[in-house]
Every structure is written in structure tokens, then in C-alpha cells.
Write a protein that binds this ligand. Sequence first.
Ligand code: BG6
Length: 513
Amino acid sequence: MSEPAAAEWVNPLRDERDRRLPRIAGPCALVIFGVTGDLARRKLMPAVYDLANRGLLPPGFALIGFARRDWVDEDFGRIVHDAVRANSRTPFREEVWQRLAEGIRFVQGSFDDEDAFAQLATTLAELDKIRGTGGNHAFYLSIPPDSFPVVCSQLSRSGLAGSEDGRWSRVVIEKPFGHDLASARALNAVVGEVFPEDSVFRIDHYLGKETVQNILAMRFANQLFDPLWNAHYVDHVQITMAEDIGLGGRAGYYDGIGAARDVIQNHLLQLLAFIAMEEPISFDPAELRAEKIKVLSATRLAEPLDETTARGQYVAGWQNGGEVVGLHEEQGFAPDSTTETFAAITCEINTRRWAGVPFYLRTGKRLGRRVTEIAIVFKRAPHLPFDDTMTTELGQNALVIRVQPDEGVTLRFGSKVPGSSMEVRDVNMDFSYGQAFTESSPEAYERLILDVLLGEPSLFPVDEEVELSWKILDPVLEHWAAHGVPEPYEAGTWGPPSADEMLRRSGREWRRP
Ligand code: BG6
């Protein structure tokens, strides 16, 4: 018998879709809990509009706000409108707004009010009929974690948490996801009782940033970097997330939480995972997460913690030409608050690729300027065939991923200074998004909300990643709680002296971005 001709055989598993084309969400409703909060106004509502404006939301779409306020649909509509006008990325277009506004509803109630959840179920059922939202519902919990359990159980009780008959129900959870390993496990268990893991979308908005996703493209689409991406060539890695803003108005969330829980546990350890993980066998969500889990499992804090970590709290100083107050004078903070506003840690990764390479992570409020970057700092050349004076200005080679602002990548290396003598000095080779691409980058929340509606989970950490990150961080949180208080640093500087000391011990120093 002859073989069938190749042309006759069609592989049913082969997806012929051009994966560069944007995907449009199917019919669905998005319910936001916590609509009176800052995040909803600054990020979530504008992102929903931006998606609508880009044509990525379906005609059958509805946005529902749930809160205690004494509002009706029109009041909430106005709030969304004002948030969109103030904060959307794309231009305001009346016709897009009108279409979105037709699907906006408000349900009034508190989280422990069963009737309010019954009302929510009724509203969603109506919208399914009149807007054609198809029985698909995403619940965005932009609320404090101690309210997750009650909201999840209310959703379950009112029949809104199940995914049956081809309909889906997803829950989106904002950080902080717990305040240590034990509480994160407890929260995962509570959420897991109501929603299966593949319906849980934990937001880490850093993963929604273009420049963060580009780490994977840089590492795994090129041949250039991988041979150098290991302990043979890399001296150390610095991950910096510096902010110039203070904490005015955020005491309710931040006091008692601090910089390590707010930022290192999630954003910075996720960046570490992207930098340090092995190549996934595909970009299938499970494969990507498996590699992140492996590398986080191999990550520990370097010890002794007194020398390998630092924490600080800002005091009054000068910033951007103005005088600013210290944390203790910010409204809502206890005068003796020991919450750290700066945190730095040293991680080691016990794998063949990274053994012996310190990963330094730091973050802080009221620092010199707003910048997030990852610097891969390379070892010095083993031998320099120059007179010492020719290379006095030569530093270490570095690849710097500029996450924000001024997005791009810089490669720093030594080059001859033009002239009749041999003098070598550091120069930069730059890739800048603004110059290389005409498209502007979507906001992180646009990408992530769209992924939730599409059911695309790659950019959302799973329960195990969250727990592993707490496991890495818990020892230093316990150490700090038991020893001393944060060291003061003046606003507008780069953190407390102990942070500089932390690197100086090994003959290194922080970059001054
Ligand atoms: C949040 C933190 O996750 O990230 C905030 O809770 C921080 O404290 C914010 O200000 C920074 O985000 P971005 O995208 O401006 O770097």
C-alpha cells in the first residue's frame, strides 16, 4: 500500500493562526470589587477603555462596579468616565466611550451582604441577556487580602464561581498575596476551595510590562547572550526599582507592610526569575511557569543577614527642587512606625548556571529618581595587556535592561578614546524603544486584563511561585522584626549607608542610574 501523499494529510493540532495578530476577547462581563480605590481609578478603568479603544473588547462586554457607596449606575458611569478622561493612554473617542458606557452597571453592598451578591447575580444574568455577555464573568478583587475569603465564599454561595456548560468564571487577585508564607498558603487554600487554580489570575503588574516580557525575547530569541549568561562570565546582577514618590495618602495600605513585602516579594523576585530561569521548552504557560518555579526553588537569601541585607526609612529632604517630609510626618503613619521604605537583599541561586553569582535586589521610595533596571554586570577581563594608566577609566562590562522609564537596553563596554595614545574608557551602545519602534507600549494593566478575559495565564504567577517567593523572603522579615529598626536616609538620596556597605564588603558598588 502506498503512503498517502503529504498534501493530503492535515495535522489537526496545527494552529495556523498568525500569532502576531492581536486576539479579541470573547463575550464577557468584568466585575471590579474595590472601585473606589486608587488602583481602579488610575489603572483598571482606563485600561478597560484603552482595550475598547483598540478594538480588543467584544461588542458583548459589560463592566460592573461593586462597592458600599450609595451610587446608581449613572454615578458609577461618571466615575469611570472621569477616570478614563484623566488616565487613559489612548485618545478619548466619544463613540467608543458611549458603547462602553451602555454596559456599565453598579451594584451596591458590602462584602458580607448576601443580598448584594444576589443582586450582583441578577445584574449579571440580565447583562448576559441584553448585552450578550455569554455567562462569562471575571471578578477582579482590587481589595485588601483579608476580604478575599468573604468575597470568594459569597461568589460561591450566589452561584457565580462555577464554570459550567462552556461558560467561564475567573477571579483576579491583586497583591499583596498574604504577608508571609503561612498566610499566603492559607489564602491560596481559601481561594482554591472556590476557584480551581486555572481560574485564578494573580496579578503581578510587572509581568504586564513590555520591557519585562522582552527579557524572554532577548534571552531566548538570540544566540548572542546565552553563552555569557552564567557564573563563568557574570560577576553579579543588580535589580533596582527606585521611586521618587513618597507615601502620602497610602498609610492604610503600606504601614506595617513595607518595601520588601510590597515590591521584592513579587515584582523583583519575578524579575529575578525571568533573568535566571532556564529556557522553557515552549511558551506554553505550564512550561514557562515550571522554569520559574525551578529557579525560585533554588533561590535563597545570602547570609549573614546583617551584612547581606539593608533597610531604611526616609526622613525629610529635598527632591525634584522641593522640600519633602519624612515618613513619620506623612499623614496616617504612626510617629514611631518601623515600616521600611527601602529594602535591599542579596540572593544566591544554587544551580550550576548561577552558583557564586550574587543577585542584589533593592527598592525604595523617595530615592534619587524613578527608575527600574536590571544590570547584568560581567567579570573583568582575566588579563589586560595595557599599562595601568590606560585603563583607569575602564569599568566592568554591563548589560542593562531599562525597564522604565526610558525603556530600552544598554550594553556598556570599553572603547579606545580617540587620540594618539591608547586610553580605554567605558561607552554605551543603546537600544531605545522610542527610536526602534513606532508603536507605543500598552500599559501593563491593558495586557493583563485582556489576558484574563482571553484565559491566557502565562503572565500570572501560580500559587507555588507566590509561596516560594515568601519562602525566600520570610527569613529576612523575621530577622528585621527581631533586630533593630530601619536606618534613616534623606529623601532624594539613594538609600541608607548600610545598603552601600552591603556591596562594599565584596568590593562592589550599586549603579547610580
Ligand atoms: C506597586 C506597589 O505594586 O507598584 C507600589 O504597591 C509601587 O508601592 C508600584 O508604587 C510601582 O509601579 P510602577 O509600575 O509605577 O513601577
